[in-house]
Design a protein around this ligand. Structure first.
Ligand SMILES: *[C@@H]1O[C@H](CO)[C@@H](O)[C@H](O)[C@H]1NC(C)=O
Ligand SMILES: *[C@@H]1O[C@H](CO)[C@@H](O)[C@H](O)[C@H]1NC(C)=O
Ligand SMILES: *[C@@H]1O[C@H](CO)[C@@H](O)[C@H](O)[C@H]1NC(C)=O
Length: 468
């Protein structure tokens, strides 16, 4: 998308002192350029509309498999169970939606959303044809044969050891409600860490930041909330820095917590919590840019908007600079990534543990303005796409050596048994013109389309599949 960049960053017109600069020549050149751009945009739009889905024309063969559009049958919702005439009288009959079925632990469709443990993804078993294949939604075992506990997680690629570390909420405890109106919860156990060279075989590195059993005033006391831990490495201090959402059981503390370690596998020392910039902060993430500046992004003002701001140089605090973005849009679960100088973000709506529609956003400057591009989900069926494949964004991991290709990491929460929440990893690509820019309506396809492709089963291109 060269033209786009040219348009957005117009080259300054230099006039030497000796040469006379004709204003009309400049104006007419500009008008010409605009006309050409407009024609180009019309052609691009046609390209996009002709195919059912926007496809890149000049893409690498490795992309093809990732971008296959896999369609799901429309799922028949089973007829409601027999109700006594009295119950029927009390509450008029209502047809269930697929989301209701998803949330109903006794639904006949349960196996579609939470496949049986018997068909777990088990990298230690001789998987034959299934080696290196992801099955979004299936139970996924570590090298010890236990389900991976790294929910709401993120991945750090450690340059030194050329190893991937996956950090997330270790939720292997009972799910309960602290009080009648409280959300389903699991006591804080800690942050789990898993290591891998191939992004498929994960070794449990243990709990790298543990919950606090007895000290009730401690942020990490088990009765509190620790969500969405993310780790980045600080080159200047040589420390691994973890940021997380810290809250009480009623989500009124709304703070971020910071922990630090000399090693990717911990143990991390918990430093403190705070309300960044003095604002409430719930779902959050951190993003480290190419220039080493890291940013905190969090849902604030009761989740009605996101805030973004750079961290201090040592990554141990938020600096004073902050911008409000996506104001009034009520987004959470932010996951940021960058491609060819443009910043992208996937967010979810705010519906608790229930799935909802994801949106992709883009910005030229990470501090904004951010524009909303639309729903990035492709394939499956309509309900799948409107529910982010029954999952919620948590992280987007760039695939080394394949610019424009990413892994979209999401959580399929199981509110009746949170430890059994599943991972939905899917290929995400950036390319082609966005087909539905929601906010920016100038007629130019300014942003590249962000696409997340549904697959029942998929694997990374061979080149990336490092031998065990
Ligand atoms: C591999 O796939 C082929 C064809 O799909 C099938 O016939 C064969 O049984 C599979 N082997 C294993 C070990 O799953
Ligand atoms: C309990 O935690 C608080 C807050 O971190 C700390 O100030 C206090 O010293 C701790 N108490 C004990 C007995 O460890
Ligand atoms: C949370 O809210 C409930 C009900 O309003 C209350 O009983 C409980 O004490 C609160 N807990 C905390 C930790 O604030």
């Amino acid at each position: 998308m060269r033209m786009r960049n040219k348009y957005r960053k117009p080259t300054t017109l230099h006039c030497n002192a000796g040469s006379r600069c004709s204003l009309s020549v400049v104006i007419w050149s500009l008008v010409g350029c605009l006309l050409l751009l407009h024609l180009y945009s019309l052609v691009r739009h046609k390209d996009v509309r002709d195919g059912e889905f926007p496809m890149r024309t000049s893409h690498h063969p490795l992309f093809r498999e990732l971008e296959e559009v896999e369609v799901e049958e429309n799922i028949q919702i089973p007829p409601p169970r027999k109700r006594s005439p009295r119950a029927a009288k009390r509450r008029p009959k209502r047809t269930n939606t697929l989301i209701d079925e998803f949330l109903d632990e006794s639904s006949q469709l349960r196996h579609l959303f939470f496949p049986d443990q018997k068909i777990s993804v088990d990298p230690m078993k001789d998987a034959g044809n299934d080696t290196f294949y992801y099955y979004p939604g299936r139970n996924w075992l570590d090298t010890d044969g236990n389900p991976i506990q790294a929910h709401g997680g993120g991945i750090l690629f450690d340059e030194g050891s050329r190893t991937y570390y996956w950090y997330g909420e270790y939720k292997d405890g009972p799910t309960y409600h602290a009080h009648k109106k409280g959300a389903a919860r699991v006591d804080i156990i800690g942050v789990g860490c898993y290591s891998s060279k191939d992004l498929w075989t994960w070794k449990n590195e243990g709990i790298v930041l543990a919950g606090e059993e007895s000290n009730e005033t401690h942020d990490l006391h088990k009765s509190n909330v620790l969500e969405r831990p993310k780790v980045i490495y600080n080159e200047k201090t040589g420390k691994y820095v973890m940021w997380m959402h810290i809250d009480d059981a009623n989500y009124t503390k709304a703070s971020v917590g910071i922990a630090i370690s000399d090693y990717p596998t911990g143990p991390f020392d918990y430093l403190y919590s705070k309300r960044p910039h003095g604002f409430d902060s719930r779902d959050m993430t951190i993003f480290k840019d190419d220039d080493g500046v890291a940013y905190l992004i969090y849902s604030s003002e009761d989740n009605s908007e996101l805030h973004i701001g750079p961290l201090t140089e040592n990554y141990l605090d938020a600096s004073l600079v902050m911008r409000r973005i996506l104001v009034g849009q009520h987004r959470e679960a932010p996951a940021l990534f960058k491609h060819q100088g443009t910043y992208y973000m996937i967010t979810s709506g705010c519906t608790g543990w229930a799935p909802n529609e994801a949106l992709a956003h883009a910005a030229e400057s990470i501090m904004g303005p951010w524009e909303t591009l639309g729903n990035p989900c492709i394939g499956g069926n309509k309900v799948f796409r409107l529910a982010t494949f029954f999952a919620q964004s948590t992280f987007v991991l760039p695939l080394p050596g394949l610019p424009g290709s990413f892994i979209f990491m999401a959580d399929r929460w199981n509110p009746s048994d949170l430890r059994d929440s599943r991972y939905v990893w899917l290929p995400l690509t950036v390319g082609g013109a966005a087909d539905q820019p929601l906010e920016y309506n100038f007629g130019f396809p300014l942003w590249s389309r962000v696409s997340i492709y549904w697959h029942k089963r998929w694997r990374l291109p061979h080149r990336l599949s490092v031998k065990k």
